[in-house]
Design a protein around this ligand. Structure first.
Ligand code: BES
Ligand code: MN
Ligand code: ZN
Length: 496
């Protein structure tokens, strides 16, 4: 794991801190503890605020070097602002993110943050901490000559009124943030250094925290009849894998909730090869698998009271003398035959077998998959919402709420039998591409052929899993989208 911000809690001001951060509200006033600390400097707060244009809005800052009366080298006052929605978790997470960015820009490595607002619940303190941790992540392991020394070794102490409840909330929030960071790290890693086997090995590491992990190789998948998944990887020098993880934190025998991720370590398009421009982004075509892996780490780390399955469908899509071709007919594990129209519509093929396997083996009470599935979802929704497709209307509202709380937003897209017309095949039971119109919907419709009557939802994260705009809580290319969203969904709906 990369080095990220370390976070401690204290009920008193750590005198050794290099810097102290106070928050002022949008009227420019300080809370009781902050006011007391300020008073030790003997400075006139009102006058300084006026002279520097500080009004307590987000982005506003007062920076006092070597303040008299304090041992710290810096005293920073940040505008807290209001967020319109009251004091939402998302707002405090973003506040934590911009706090970290401020500290990095001001070259502060050890800070005490005074959090003395009366209504500040443990959950909101934890959200601020998680936001700061998330923003501190950077993918710089391959920058051998260009690494900046100030980028490492930062530490924050959150100074709060009472520890009660905060320690637990903080541990949970950081477990989720670190799951997101694990996912980002995998997404950012280039495909020459991260093949199907390497992701399988990353899954095996979760055994250390109590996750049961099995890896199926090609021979085992062959025996199970996974002709769709195996077709995708057959042009690669690196064999496909299926990683199966089980976290049994719930009651014994209780039906699990299952998560399946698309893990194409690189998507060239295969024989239906992609254009060269931006193809390097296709190292991120395993962002769904990365999110499921990060989720399983988060659930196990925070000892979630749930039985959860995580399945990663891992393959590399390459053109080769042995690659599958347009026109090929393959048989999925379900027995359904598929005509390959485009070898670039490979994600739905690996998911078809992984979803079917998941259902047959585990009879989950709900099943979710996450995938960088279609360019069309970027056309439809851009980079701010993932596409949500489901066979169970009630799930849409649950995802919307989880999205609102985590900032990982989803938009409910339509499905329906009318779209099946577009994927009818002349030569097989179904074909793997319905062409351009409704491209994300026909992809979802294809997946639904491999889902029986279990409540199911599919998240298309082609626009949100990597690239896009950086946010308050992410400065890296890979986003880790899905970890926090699924964690929140589990916490609010499937934990007892
Ligand atoms: N991995 C791509 C989708 C993608 C595109 C993800 C851009 C992230 C950014 C997927 O395998 C793909 O190639 N989909 C095709 C489907 C088409 C051939 C039916 C697409 O979207 O063009
Ligand atoms: Mn593709
Ligand atoms: Zn793909």
């Amino acid at each position: 794991m990369p080095e990220t911000l370390s976070i401690a809690l204290s009920t008193s001001l750590p005198e050794a801190a290099q810097a102290i951060v106070l928050y002022a509200d949008d009227k420019g006033s300080l809370g009781p503890v902050a006011a007391e600390i300020w008073q030790r400097t003997g400075l006139d707060f009102e006058r300084i605020a006026k002279a520097t244009g500080f009004a307590g809005r987000p982005g506003h800052m007062i920076d006092i070097p070597v303040p008299t009366g304090l041992t710290a080298d810096r005293l920073l006052v940040l505008g807290r602002g209001t967020d319109g929605e009251g004091d939402s978790e998302a707002a405090w997470r973003d506040r934590g993110g911009s706090l970290f960015a401020r500290l990095a820009a001001a070259d502060v490595s050890d800070v005490a943050v005074i959090l003395d607002e009366p209504g500040l619940t443990p959950r909101l303190v934890a959200a601020l901490a998680a936001g700061a941790r998330l923003r501190s992540y950077r993918f710089d392991k391959h920058l051998k000559r260009r690494k900046k020394p100030e980028d490492t070794g930062k530490q924050a102490t959150l100074v709060i009124g009472a520890l009660k409840g905060v320690e637990d909330a903080l541990a949970d929030a950081l477990a989720v943030a670190d799951g997101t960071i694990l996912a980002r790290d995998l997404v950012n890693e280039p495909a020459n250094l991260l093949g199907p086997e390497d992701i399988a090995n990353a899954a095996l590491k979760l055994a250390d925290i109590g996750v049961e992990v099995e890896i199926l190789d090609e021979a085992e998948m062959e025996k199970l009849g996974m002709g769709a998944l195996l077709a995708v990887g057959q042009g690669s020098r690196r064999p496909s894998r299926l990683a199966v993880m089980q976290w049994n934190g719930g009651a014994k025998g209780q039906q699990p909730v299952a998560f399946v991720g698309k893990g194409i370590v690189f998507d060239t398009g295969g024989i239906s090869i992609k254009p060269a421009a931006n193809m390097e982004n296709m190292k991120g075509d395993m962002a769904g698998a990365a999110a499921v892996l990060g989720l399983m780490q988060a659930l196990a780390t925070r000892k979630a009271n749930v039985n959860a399955i995580g399945i990663l469908a891992l393959a590399e899509n390459m053109p080769d003398g042995n690659a599958f071709r347009p026109g090929d007919v393959v048989t999925a594990m379900s027995g359904e035959t598929i005509e390959i129209i485009s070898t670039d519509a490979e994600g739905r093929l690996v998911l078809a077998d992984a979803l079917w396997y998941c259902q047959q083996r585990f009879s989950p009470k709900a099943m979710f998959n996450i995938a960088t599935l279609t360019g069309a979802i970027i056309v439809a929704l851009g980079n701010d919402h993932a596409g949500l497709f489901t066979n169970t209307e009630a799930l849409a509202a649950k995802f919307a709420e989880a999205g609102r709380l985590t900032g990982e937003k989803v938009w409910h897209m339509p499905m329906g039998p009318a779209y099946d017309k577009l994927i009818e095949s002349r030569f097989a039971d179904i074909k793997n591409s319905g062409g351009r119109s409704g491209g994300s919907i026909t992809a979802a419709q294809f997946l639904s052929h491999f889902v029986n009557d279990v409540p199911w939802a599919h998240l298309d994260i082609a626009g949100t899993g990597f690239g896009g705009a950086s946010s308050e809580t992410n400065a890296s290319w890979g986003t880790g989208f899905g970890v926090a969203l699924f964690d929140r969904l589990v916490r609010d709906n499937y934990e007892s």
